[in-house]
Design a protein. Sequence first.
Length: 299
Amino acid sequence: MSRMIQTWKRTNSQTYLIEEVFPHGATQPAPAPAQSECPTEHATTNANEDLAIPFVEIPEPAETTPTSTSENRSTQCVSLRFHSCLESKTSAREASNAWFAHRVESSQAWHSEVERFWQHISQARAHRLLLITALPPQTAPNAILTLAICLTRHATPLLLVEVSPQLSLHSQLQRAAAPGFSDWLAGLPLICTVQSTPLPGLHYLAPGHDLASTQRQLISLHDNEAWISLSRQYPLTLLVAPLDCPWAIPLALSTDAISLLAESSESHAMYDPRFLALQASAAKTIGILLLERCGSATG
């Protein structure tokens, strides 16, 4: 109950603001009206610094005008160009590798601010981080994989765990959906479940089979020796789950910290009762990342 009370006493909530723009040659629509800032009337002073949520602002390139801000902070954006042109004659795996190479190139724009995010991860001593995403399906794979690629600069190898198959990371990476996380929970050795990616420093754990024993294993996950051993094998395990994932609560209880990834137009997701419940369950909440979209582009 005390965690739930403290959840409503967050102070000075700010945001990581990440901007997606069109590839060269694409037409941009007229800019949308500026989004209102996150409500501040709910914020009160919190004497426990460990529970305060740190945020990082992502600056725009020099030629771009900063986004309007509140009096308390200066919210700015970064240009992240998502390339969508892939040769139709290539195989699915070749197309996936080309797409991934574009993600690596695009991730350069996020490095400076993700480095600040990494500092908060380090300060929290978080080896297992649960990233809750409220992004729409067409946006989530791009943002999640770009963030993971950036984090490999600080934590190598990094294990990316797709908790729920609805995120479609396995489809984008052209990797098998099983065996994976659920199979590992059921006792299959990690070496038999982890898959490679085109980036050597990024390992991938798919959702796995829909096993009846998975939920029971999640309840006792906190004291599981195999779960604890992940910290010895990977400096960072990034578990990604959608906001409505039924496994989110037991994972929040077992991981070192949680974070939220959402679009800036959906910044109210941080006040969603489901995320507030996750914050109450988690040891720490280390940041909220907002993806600023200037338009919609495919790929």
